[in-house]
Design a protein around this ligand. Structure first.
Ligand SMILES: [Zn+2]
Length: 67
């Protein structure tokens, strides 16, 4: 596992929140307890993706930072 950088970055805060959320697949119900959300941002929104190791479905959440 990579070393995580514990800053006060809002992205880190959001990612921690998402990692605490259940990563249960809505398609097959597989609960990927070890799963992590991959985040990408364009500066205005953060997109989180998690792909199910059981059926391969990608679950995505997009969060807008707002203004
Ligand atoms: Zn699945």
């Amino acid at each position: 596992m990579a070393t995580s950088n514990r800053g006060m970055n809002p992205l880190d805060t959001l990612r921690d929140r998402y990692e605490a959320v259940e990563t249960e697949c809505p398609a097959c119900g597989y609960d990927d307890a070890e799963g992590t959300w991959v985040s990408q941002t364009d500066g205005a929104e953060v997109r989180y993706e998690h792909d199910c190791p059981s059926c391969g479905k990608v679950t995505a959440h997009t969060i807008s930072f707002g203004r």
